[in-house]
Design a protein around this ligand. Structure first.
Ligand code: G6P
Length: 619
């Protein structure tokens, strides 16, 4: 979704801003823009639809000089993606330029008021209202920009991260946030001058400095060329900047020889899961150590219920988590789409635990679901990947999945990291509640530790998928079917394929298929069965027969050595044997590869599929 970059210091801003926009491309966007103040105090703004490269082409013949600037990638919400609606937006007098992430809910009311004061608007956006409102406040109240931003934002309802330049004051960069993240990087240039970087996440900052300040909700920051950083909140209280050190490395943000981030991230899964498990399992004692659970042991021992809220792929991992936690820890678990949960007045008790699962930790609906849980007095737990993200900070306890930055829009290693973490959580609760025998507890821990190697095996033993995928580029529909723990895998397989190849795909519980989707089956319809030699194997075999007798094409994920399903299938992917509860961690791997190779064979942009965003910060 939208991205923000900013810089103030002694260096040329434009190359830093453009590089930063490239780093943010993974979030998904449809136009981009940049604004700098040059030595003559001109406030230049350039914008382009499409990719950052188009913006660079446009800027090639322009004056891009200046050592202060802001830049933006826009994912359209209000108004189509064109250069008028793209950010930065300029104020009526031309003195201010502003970029914005988020949505201003009362923008129509504000716009009407400003129109009555003589302001005119050229775009369809809610953002233009902000820049005019700040200018109006500054002029009518005769105050500096920092004060004007603070006063203006008191009238704004909605979510925002903003950065503003003032033509008359090229020594100061002002930014503010509420509900949409902003990170300030504090660096020192080669000549020892202090400089500030700004990003909607840390990716545009990490190559310049590791020292960052995460702006909090309702805070406004002033970055001064002299090196001073001042923060005030909407209630006029000055705040002391809290410095954090980034653990992110630059290597993690690059493709490392892979053609796409998605493929890199698929292959990273063995190591990512080793990191996810490391330190959480005491190998000799065969014990799970999760401080997020043990520090709040009483909450989990007395929990009436767990409610997991999530969106997209994270919702699928939550569903696997439900199956495991209910089985291992004997606590009822409900899994909710965060966007539904937050608006349907759900029953939440003070002895409920609300868990948010979110890779980015910034998904607006998931964050709102947590806030609803907080209002009802439930205990809040976060499962996030991005350290210091809004959900991680809004929850009372939690576990990071620690799989490293995920750049591809289609989630892969975050999914397996979330499933692994949910399994660790289920085991940790089971230990406290004594709901598993010691023998079973130790056996599951032993088995979980073998999963990274088994994923490696799966990656290495399904190498023909790239060739095989070529045959399916013509398909218009796909069906993914699984039962038990593998039903969520079917959902995830279908989501992966539709996200990046734009082929319509449905995931279904294999038995439920008879109640509708079977009507779609003919010789054109590939049906992907997750059919490990475990659990409901015989039942799945019957479901495969039902499809086969209607001439559907069978693609199956089978346990190594399986003959029965392999013989019934047109194509098989193999996985090693494991416990039922861990099969999803292996079975999803060939499905990720299948969607990747079908999409690349169709020439799709797999890392930035159309219309999708990595981090959905609007509801
Ligand atoms: C977007 C992404 C998905 C992701 C979902 C939830 O739709 O494209 O890959 O699963 O958001 O994101 P979260 O960061 O909360 O896990």
């Amino acid at each position: 979704m939208c991205g923000i970059v900013g810089y103030i210091g002694e260096q040329e801003a434009y190359p830093i801003l453009i590089k930063g926009l490239h780093r943010l491309e993974y979030r998904g966007y449809d136009s981009a823009g940049v604004s700098m103040i040059n030595a003559k105090h001109d406030l230049n703004i350039y914008k382009a639809t499409g990719k950052v490269a188009a913006l660079e082409d446009k800027c090639a013949a322009e004056d891009t000089t200046g050592n202060i600037g802001i830049a933006h990638t826009r994912w359209a919400t209000h108004g189509e993606p064109n250069t008028v609606n793209a950010h930065p937006h300029r104020s009526q007098s031309g003195n201010l330029s502003l970029v914005h992430n988020g949505i201003i809910e009362n923008y129509k009311t504000l716009r009407t008021k400003l129109e009555n004061e003589g302001y005119t608007f050229c775009s369809d956006t809610d953002t233009e209202v902000l820049v005019q409102l700040i200018e109006y406040t500054q002029k009518s109240q005769q105050c500096d920009l920092f004060t004007a931003v603070q006063r203006a934002l008191k009238h704004v309802v909605g979510a925002y991260a903003i950065a503003i330049l003032e033509k008359e004051n090229p020594d100061q960069l002002v930014c503010a946030r509420k509900g949409s993240p902003l990170v300030i990087g504090v660096g020192t240039d080669a000549r020892g001058h202090k400089e500030f970087y700004l990003g909607s996440d840390a990716t545009p900052i990490v190559e310049y400095t590791k020292q960052v300040v995460y702006l909090k909700d309702e805070e406004i920051a002033l970055m001064d060329r002299s090196g001073k950083l001042e923060i005030i909140n909407l209630s006029n209280v000055h705040q002391t900047p809290e410095m954090h050190i980034l653990s992110l490395s630059l290597d993690e943000l690059e493709k490392g020889g892979y053609p796409h981030f998605m493929l890199k991230e698929i292959w990273e899964q063995p190591n990512a899961l080793r990191t996810c498990i490391r330190g959480r399992i005491h190998v000799q004692a065969k014990d799970v150590l999760l401080s997020g659970i043990t520090d709040h042991k009483e909450k989990f021992l007395n929990a009436r219920r767990i409610i997991i809220c999530a969106c997209g792929t994270s919702w699928h991992s939550a569903l696997i988590g439900k199956y495991f936690i209910e089985e291992a820890a004997q606590i009822p678990v409900e899994v909710e789409y965060a966007s539904e949960f937050r608006y349907r007045n759900p029953v939440i008790y003070p002895d409920d635990i609300v868990i948010a699962v979110s890779q980015s930790g910034e998904t607006a609906d998931t964050l709102a679901a947590i806030q609803l849980g907080e209002q009802k007095g439930a205990f809040l737990y976060g499962i996030c990947n991005v350290i210091g993200s809004s959900i991680a900070r809004a929850t009372q306890s939690g576990t990071y999945i620690h799989v490293g930055p995920e750049i591809g829009v289609a989630s892969t290693k975050a999914f397996t990291g979330q499933v692994t973490t949910l399994c660790l959580i289920g085991l940790a609760i089971a230990k406290e509640k004594h709901t598993l025998s010691d023998e079973m507890y130790h056996m599951l821990i032993d088995e979980l530790q073998t999963i990274p190697d088994k994923i490696q095996w799966t990656l290495e033993n399904n190498q023909g998928i790239d060739q095989f995928a070529q045959m399916f580029t013509y398909c218009r529909n796909f069906l993914f079917l699984g039962r038990g723990y593998n039903y969520p895998v079917a959902l995830e397989g279908a989501l992966k394929l539709k996200e990046i190849s734009y082929i319509h795909a449905e995931g279904y519980p294999a038995a439920e298929m008879k109640h509708g989707p079977i009507a779609l089956v003919d010789e054109e319809m590939p049906c992907v069965f997750i059919a490990p030699k475990r659990g409901m194997y015989d039942k799945v075999v019957s479901n495969i027969q039902e499809i086969k007798s209607r001439k559907g094409k069978i693609i199956s994920v089978v346990t190594e050595g399986d003959k029965i399903v392999s013989d019934m299938s047109d194509y098989t992917f193999v996985i090693p044997d494991t416990r039922d509860c861990f099969v999803p961690l292996l079975a999803v791997i060939p499905l990720q590869l299948l969607s990747y190779y079908v999409a690349t064979a169709k020439g799709r942009n797999v890392d930035q599929p159309r219309n999708l965003a990595k981090s959905v910060t609007v509801e």
